[in-house]
Design a protein around this ligand. Structure first.
Ligand code: HSE
Length: 414
């Protein structure tokens, strides 16, 4: 019998306890041991719960109980999660977490402590919910050099963009619907401003390239500035608009990493990843493109990944799973302004003919886009490839030439 504790009885925590209870027999068969939840840590009361006897408000009780060999951290947030997880690893307990904020900020540090103490620190559920992605990158694709990873990593924003595309609604009204349906949090900033996707691409980048990438190193843009006009121009261009987290290794050893909305061609394997689904494309030098698709959030999909990690911990008490990356460094991430991109641009002008003359003088030939029902003076175009710095400087000079840029979106080559 293996005793475990679950810290946090929210959506994911209650799912973990339920899955462990419901599938106890088959899980015991796979783990070759019964897994028993001894404690559930939560500050709230759950009177009448079938697990009422297991609840505790005392982290110390869990920490000091030497019978508890695995702790599941599903509280979310950085504090006290970091302090608790660190203490567990320092006290000989393996840890499984779904907490992407924790792994993205402190992964290297916690992996080091786990390694030193010959314990496991596993986090399959932190990216893509129920989609297997951490294990495939660290094990199944281990023979590859990862050329690139790009993904739709946030279900809430994908739901919002899909609705905006299909139903021609505004960002604000679609966000309100997402909140009503329980997809978006009441404070949706982490989702809509791209921070959640940023944390996830940081974890994947750290894992794929062996060195920690911190969220504050990543240029991150969300979707709150996207207007229905941009969605329509994406369709006119021949694609869809998606929020993408992307990382590539450069020849000089640095990485290019970004989170931002992108126009994707309809032929892209990520273009049809819709609604709350996630899709992650891993481009390996030997495998070519491998795409992972499924539910990136939700009680049972996420619990499924957490419980699988618990089983893996039980099976690897003696032989630690090799999961590791080094600390990051300030010069590891290329400035996004030095990346080569082409941009979609939406602008307004009083004189369209003169505007396009000035645009082509400043930034070279562009491809014009049109849409039905465009506002008076509205123009849109896609630039050729250049460094983002050159393109942005060119666009800035246009302001003095009667062209007011309203929005830009990068063109994704995926
Ligand atoms: N808020 C996240 C999403 C939950 O919408 O994808 C899963 O990390």
């Amino acid at each position: 019998m293996v005793e475990i504790a679950v810290m946090g009885y929210g959506t994911v925590g209650s799912g973990v306890v339920e899955v462990l209870h419901k599938h106890a027999e088959s899980i015991a068969g796979r783990a070759k041991a019964q897994i028993h939840v001894k404690y559930i840590l939560d500050l709230r009361e759950f009177p009448g719960s079938p697990y009422e006897q297991k609840f505790t408000k005392s982290f110390e009780k869990i920490l000091s109980d030497t019978d508890v060999r695995i702790v599941v951290e599903v509280m979310g947030g950085l504090h006290p999660a970091f302090d608790y997880v660190k203490a567990c690893l320092e006290h000989g307990k393996s840890v499984v977490t779904s907490n992407k904020e924790l792994v993205a900020a402190k992964g290297a540090e916690l992996l080091k402590i786990a390694q030193k103490n010959n314990l496991n620190f596993l986090f399959e559920a932190s990216v893509g919910g129920g989609i297997p992605i951490i294990r495939p990158i660290s094990q199944c694709l281990a023979a590859n050099e990862v050329v690139e990873i790009a993904g739709i990593l946030n279900g809430t924003t994908n739901f919002i963009l899909t609705k905006m595309i299909r139903e021609k609604t505004t960002f604000e009204e679609t966000l309100a619907l997402a909140q009503k349906l329980g997809y978006a949090e009441r404070n949706p900033a982490a989702d809509v401003e791209g921070l959640d996707a940023c944390r996830k691409i940081c974890i994947l980048a750290s894992l794929a390239y062996g060195k920690h990438v911190y969220p504050e190193q990543v240029h991150t843009e969300g979707i709150s500035g996207i207007r229905p006009a941009d969605v329509e121009y994406a369709a006119a261009w021949g694609g869809v608009l998606k929020l993408i987290g992307q990382v590539k290794r450069m020849k000089n050893g640095k990485i290019q990493i970004i989170v931002c909305p992108m126009f994707l061609s309809r032929e892209s394997q990520l273009a049809n990843v819709d609604d709350v689904f996630n899709g992650i494309l891993v481009r390996g030098d030997s495998t070519g493109d491998v795409v992972f698709y499924g539910k990136g959030a939700g009680k049972f999909p996420t619990a499924s990944a957490v419980v699988a990690d618990v089983i893996d911990c039980v099976k690897h008490f003696k032989a630690r799973k090799y999961l590791y990356w080094d600390d990051g460094s300030a010069d590891y991430v290329e400035n996004y302004l030095d990346n080569h991109v082409s941009l979609y641009v939406r602008a307004v002008t009083d004189d369209e003919t003169l505007a396009f003359q000035n645009i082509e003088n400043q930034i070279g030939a562009v491809t014009r886009l049109t849409r039905k029902g465009a506002d008076p003076g509205e123009i849109a175009f896609v630039t050729k490839q250049a460094t983002e710095r050159e393109l942005r400087q060119g666009l800035k000079t246009l302001l003095g030439l009667g062209v007011q840029v309203q929005n830009t979106v990068r063109i994704g080559e995926l």
